[in-house]
Design a protein around this ligand. Sequence first.
Ligand SMILES: O=P(O)(O)OC[C@H]1O[C@H](O)[C@H](O)[C@@H](O)[C@@H]1O
Length: 446
Amino acid sequence: MIQMDLSHIRQFIPLPYEEARAAQLRLAHSHLQHGDGAGGEFTGWVQLPRQYDREEFARIQAAARKIQQDSQALVVIGIGGSYLGARGVIECLCSPNYNLKKKDTPNIYFTGNGLSSDQMAELMDLLEGVDFSVNVISKSGTTTEPAVAFRFFRKLLEERYGPEEAARRIYATTDRRKGALKALADQAGYETFVVPDDIGGRYSVLTAVGLLPIAVAGVDICQLMEGAETMMEVCAKTDMAENPAWQYAAARYELYRTGKKIEVLAAYEPSFRFMAEWWKQLYGESEGKEHKGLFPASVEFTADLHSMGQYIQQGERSLFETVVRFGASHRPQVVPLDETDGDGLNFLAGKDVDFIRTQAMDGTLLAHVEGGVPNIILRTGQINAFTLGELIYFFEYACGLSGYLLDVNPFDQPGVEAYKKNMFALLGKPGYEALRQELAEKLHRA
Ligand SMILES: O=P(O)(O)OC[C@H]1O[C@H](O)[C@H](O)[C@@H](O)[C@@H]1O
């Protein structure tokens, strides 16, 4: 269950804003439920936790088992929505140190999420003498970064195993019909999984995009979907008091209206770091358009209290925090007693680290609010596949609502094309000749 604690934003927006926003929220909610708002053709994720393709789900589980049996490593190639969710869930549930752990599931390496030769070369080194498979993920099937990486790792697989066995070790997650990757997969006979037409990349973690790598890591993807389904039922409610997504969307919108332009997502679990990266894409691409939108940032506490904490406490007063508080740790650690007490810490002996952390959370909360930073607190249960499924759906639903409150299309990302066009022109891609000339002049290249 997710519970919102909004008591620490009241002093910044004392008006009963919920009532003022109720009509807009009801409309936004109806657009999501009926797919009749801007970008409505991309609201397939709203019903997904209940209406997913069971046959494909079983194929995902079977493919995961095969990869677990025949591979010591899985290379996941994808960028943006085609990678952040899987990485977020795996790090959160299996640890950022997953690859270093003793386990009977394959290591998982993410690549194709940038353009670093060194990173790719290093991964090729790590794969020496290691049986591996590749999951290449691209909804469009044409994104440059993963396409380039796929060439390298496909070649490596083919050299290692020959073309036929290589084809059996490649899993392509892409559009049902369109794109270069789909054509390549059909021609080479790779097993394919579908990113549904009505689900955009950043809302796709609960499709094969996220589920295959997550299942390979040994996470119970049924639990993940059940958590999402539970939250889907909660988010379908039209009563503000019962719908945490409504509460969150209304609160952050109101804070934005009163001049808080930056939302800092904070958690006290280092394993949450990539979930925050996933959240940043979700909100940044959904809201940041038409010169509007909260800037989504993230911090990891308590580590960043010793770096960004200064700014949060006393810098520009244009931010608010959303703090995710999870339930109790799985492996509580009690501070040992030290007879000599040389470090003066015996006042903590016998206390567990969760207790110390709770005091840090509360101390930070009071300090930041005192310093002028409104705090939204979001409480979840203990971290597990079910609660993470709930959290994912909650953030997605609140994001869709938020986009409509802001009066933008929460499901497109036209701005991302600008850099791509320039890059293609500079790379000499056929069809971009005129732009290439224009850009060369701006860069003072002859
Ligand atoms: O899955 P793909 O089509 O390769 O897209 C990967 C990512 O790249 C794009 O440029 C978009 O801005 C993202 O929304 C998307 O998640």
